[in-house]
Design a protein around this ligand. Structure first.
Ligand code: SF4
Length: 372
């Protein structure tokens, strides 16, 4: 299955923890970017796609009519997508947006809620209010979109186990089909990194963050959400097919500035320079990018890393058949090390992360990727 990702990088304001490819919204730049995106789409060869995902940035910084036009162009190049997702910021949702999205083919909306605590929303630099979240969810339901997801963040400075519990309960009370819960990461070069350098005690250490992560797993599972990936929880039938394709090491085409693709065994990432992207695309391409062919041990390591993120983990027979590797033998020292420390376990024909391992997934995955 091919997944198509389209990056819409403009935001009405910039959040101090954000490390994505994003720029403050300016109308002329947003219009020019769209022209560049259309030019890139027009150069794509026609293909069947399983999913289309509009991510950002803030995709709904563009109006619904523009989103519909963009989707029409995408569907002319990439036919057959059964799941079409869009990320939205709650405070920008206008009355008829979701109805228009649905008419344009959108099946799934992911709402950037982050927290239901006003002080945490402010700390994250977000501009929406708690009542707005409820209104937006009601609008999405009224438009009868197939799947509704809420994004939450934990380990926010000032958060407590009690306030995180309240956020989880408020999210569950709105009955979304899907919830993503991400631990805050402080990326170098962001205002949050400067804040942490000045005031490290304001930020969570691993132990306190692990406590919040465990709370999320318990509270969401007991509300009927299956944890199908480290940070993602879904009601039956509502997993995000677009992201599942990434974790199954499927092919994806990334369009737009900073977007990543994996096709024909080659992983490539477009330039993160907005100006270089726009001028190259408007001049007829190619888009400057870094590309790397993933082969042999490298390809297998990547596939293991992705599979470990999922609840089912690494299927040993599938890896034998698809990559010609015996994970238990070829990666024996790593499997043994993390099994001993209680981060990995073997269940039947699969190797997967334990609950503690899910919190420390980056350490485990990193070891598989760098193993020679
Ligand atoms: S809205 Fe999203 S992409 Fe934009 S600055 Fe905030 S976190 Fe980053």
């Amino acid at each position: 299955m091919l997944g198509v990702y389209v990056h819409l990088p403009f935001c009405p304001y910039l959040c101090p923890y954000c490390d994505f490819a994003k720029w403050p919204l300016r109308e002329s730049a947003a219009r020019r970017y769209l022209e560049a995106l259309y030019a890139e789409i027009a150069r794509e060869r026609c293909a069947r796609a399983g999913t289309i995902y509009l991510g950002g940035g803030t995709p709904n910084a563009y109006d619904a009519e523009t989103i519909a036009k963009l989707l029409a162009r995408l569907k002319r190049r990439f036919s057959g997508a059964g799941e079409i997702s869009i990320e939205v910021n709650p405070e920008l949702v206008r009355d008829s947006d979701f109805t228009r999205y649905r008419a344009a083919g959108v099946t799934r909306v992911s709402i950037g809620v982050q927290s239901f605590e006003p002080s945490e929303i402010r700390t994250l630099g977000r501009k929406h209010t708690v009542p707005q979240i409820g209104n937006v969810v009601a609008q999405a339901r009224a438009a009868k979109l197939q799947s509704l997801s809420l994004d939450l963040i934990f380990a926010v400075p000032g958060q407590t186990p009690a306030s995180w519990r309240r956020t989880l309960a408020a999210a569950v009370a709105l009955e979304p089909d899907h919830i993503s819960a991400y631990g805050l990461t402080v990326e170098e070069g962001t205002p949050y990194a400067a804040w942490r350098a000045r005031e490290p005690q304001a930020f969570f250490d691993d132990e306190r963050e692990a406590e919040l992560y465990a709370l999320a797993i318990e509270q969401l599972q007991s509300a009927g959400y299956e944890q199908y990936e480290i940070s993602n929880f879904a009601r039956p039938g509502h997993r995000c097919a677009h992201n599942v394709n990434y974790w199954e090491n499927g092919e994806y085409a990334g369009l737009g500035v900073g977007a990543a693709s994996f096709r024909d065994g080659v992983r490539s990432v477009h330039t993160r320079s907005l100006e270089r992207y726009v001028s190259a695309s408007l001049a007829g391409g190619p888009i400057p990018c870094e590309a790397e062919r993933l082969e042999g041990r490298k390809r297998a390591g990547e596939a293991i890393m992705l599979a470990l993120r999922t609840a089912q983990g690494v299927s040993l027979p599938v890896f034998k058949e698809r990559y010609g590797i015996d994970v238990m033998t070829d990666y024996a020292p790593i499997v043994a090390r993390f099994a001993e420390t209680g981060l990995l376990e073997r269940i039947g024909d699969s190797v997967r992360l334990t609950r503690r391992g899910r919190f420390l997934a980056n350490d485990v995955c990193g070891a598989f990727i760098t193993f020679e």
